[in-house]
Design a protein around this ligand. Structure first.
Ligand code: NAP
Length: 444
């Protein structure tokens, strides 16, 4: 009879994900034993507060508050880091790898800011550092890029990477909620933290995008810059306008590589309902990968939560148990993508603009705008003012044939107030008279 191998795990953190990991390992221990002949034991668990009430039975677990008791313990083979943040997670993971332990982590901030260094330490010490749970929760996007697209060259990534923002924007689109009440609903449903800054300001999605970009493109995450905008300025009226144009608003993370440089952005966009990301609802995440051989690939799944995230963590543990050699992606050689195969006509960039119709704070906005962007000659084709029924409202809403970046810079340089700019990816419909009036009417 084959001998059963015993593997000891040290768990750093017993919050949402840590609890899921304990449950999943307990429930699936028989399956793991039968699959791999390995018996897994959770040796110690690091927490901040030992007295805290837990959602799993902890009698059999040794709770500790000193991380070195895990990373210095020679009996522990695999460290699972689900505590979050940079410190002390960085020091503990580094020490674990330096002593040859394998590490599985769900920590996107750690990977985005220290990933390259930690991966190098892992390689030097012949240890695995796996991090599937750090992006897209239960969606196996990292493994897809690492293992299944290793012969492809990826030219772009586009996705919804933050479940909290997607839940909030779904509530706003479907229930007509304000941002504030949708956020409160997300917090009540357990999809948003008490301090939601990292999610709603786009930091969380930026970290995830950096991790994906470092695997898809010939770059390292620590050197990447992400142009970032959150969703806190989106109002119910923006969502109403989007709806009238058969569109919706999503927090979209995008990355592309043109053969020379990588461009990354995270921000709200107005996208048509026909866009494959438009139908991704609630806490679901999605990643659209464009690669030269496979073409377009769309991965969808629950992007957060106890069990989807725990699933990604235990799959990484399984991968370590199955493999003796580290599966760490080697740096990719720079390459030049086939520019004929990319996405649409970048020369026509439209934006949605909402700006307060305030003669004091935004004096002569319309005239200055038209003059600056030379729109007067063929105004009907070049600027669309939205919403007849909002004519008396305090806000102008319009679609303008100027990129969101250029428009935002111009509004800032000219000290205009109370505005929102979103890239607009939908059709420009001149026929829809209910929604559209033209510049000539708006400034007359
Ligand atoms: N939640 C999700 O759905 C999700 C999805 C994907 C990835 N992630 C990532 O997974 C990681 C964990 O997230 P989570 O939601 O499970 O976090 P959480 O619920 O806040 O749990 C964090 C755990 O770590 C412990 N901890 C934190 N700082 C500590 C310190 N300095 N010393 C000792 N223990 C410490 C806490 O102890 P106490 O319990 O005693 O406070 C708690 O048990 C994060 O990196 C997060 O970004 C989370």
């Amino acid at each position: 009879m084959e001998k059963i191998r015993k593997v000891q795990i040290g768990l750093l953190g017993l919050g949402t994900v840590g609890t899921g990991v304990v449950k999943a390992l307990r429930e699936n221990s028989g399956h793991i034993l039968s699959q791999l002949g390995v018996s897994i034991e959770i040796n110690k668990v690091l927490v901040k507060d030992i007295e805290k009430e837990r959602r799993v039975e902890v009698d059999a677990l040794q709770l500790i508050t000193e991380g070195s008791l895990i990373v210095d313990d020679p009996d522990i083979h695999i460290v699972v880091e689900v505590m979050g943040g940079l410190d002390p997670a960085y020091i503990l993971v580094k020490k674990a790898l330096q002593s040859g332990k394998h590490v599985v982590t769900a920590n996107k901030e750690l990977l985005a800011k220290r990933g390259q260094e930690l991966l190098q330490i892992a390689t030097d010490h012949q240890a695995h550092l796996l991090y599937e749970a750090s992006v897209g929760g239960g969606i196996p996007v990292i493994r897809t890029l690492q293992a299944y697209l290793s012969a492809n060259r990826v030219s772009s990534l586009r996705g919804i990477l933050n479940g909290t923002c997607n839940y909030i924007l779904t509530q706003m689109a479907e229930q007509g909620s304000s941002f504030e009440s949708a956020l409160a609903q997300a917090q009540a449903a357990g999809f948003a933290e008490a301090d939601p800054t990292s999610d709603v300001e786009g930091y969380d999605a930026s970290y995830k995008l950096m991790i994906l970009a470092s695997m898809a493109f010939p770059v390292i995450s620590e050197e990447l810059q992400v142009q970032r905008q959150g969703i806190t300025e989106i109002k119910a009226m923006d969502m109403t306008m989007a709806k009238k144009m058969d569109s919706t608003i999503k927090l979209v993370a995008e990355g592309s590589y043109d053969g020379h440089s990588v461009t990354l952005s995270v921000g709200p966009q107005m996208i048509p309902n026909s866009d494959s990301l438009a139908g991704i609802r609630d806490e679901f995440n999605a990643v659209l990968i464009h690669a030269d051989v496979v073409g377009d690939l769309l991965l969808v799944g629950k992007g957060a939560g106890e069990m989807p995230t725990a699933s990604a963590v235990i799959e990484d543990v399984m991968a370590i148990l199955q493999s003796e050699s580290p599966r760490i992606r080697k740096p990719i050689e720079p390459w030049m993508p086939n520019t004929s195969s990319n996405q649409g006509d970048a020369s026509v960039a439209w934006s949605y603009l909402r700006i307060k119709n305030d003669p004091h704070k935004n004096e002569n906005f319309m005239e200055k705008f038209v003059q600056n962007f030379s729109l007067i000659e063929d105004a009907k084709r070049q600027l669309v003012v939205l919403g007849d029924e909002h004519a008396a409202s305090d806000d102008w809403m319009m679609l303008v044939p100027v990129s969101a970046i250029d428009l935002s810079h111009w509004l800032m340089e000219n000290h205009f107030h109370h505005w929102l700019v979103l890239p607009y990816q939908g059709e420009i419909s001149y026929e829809n008279k209910k929604v559209v009036t033209h510049l000539s009417e708006a400034i007359s």
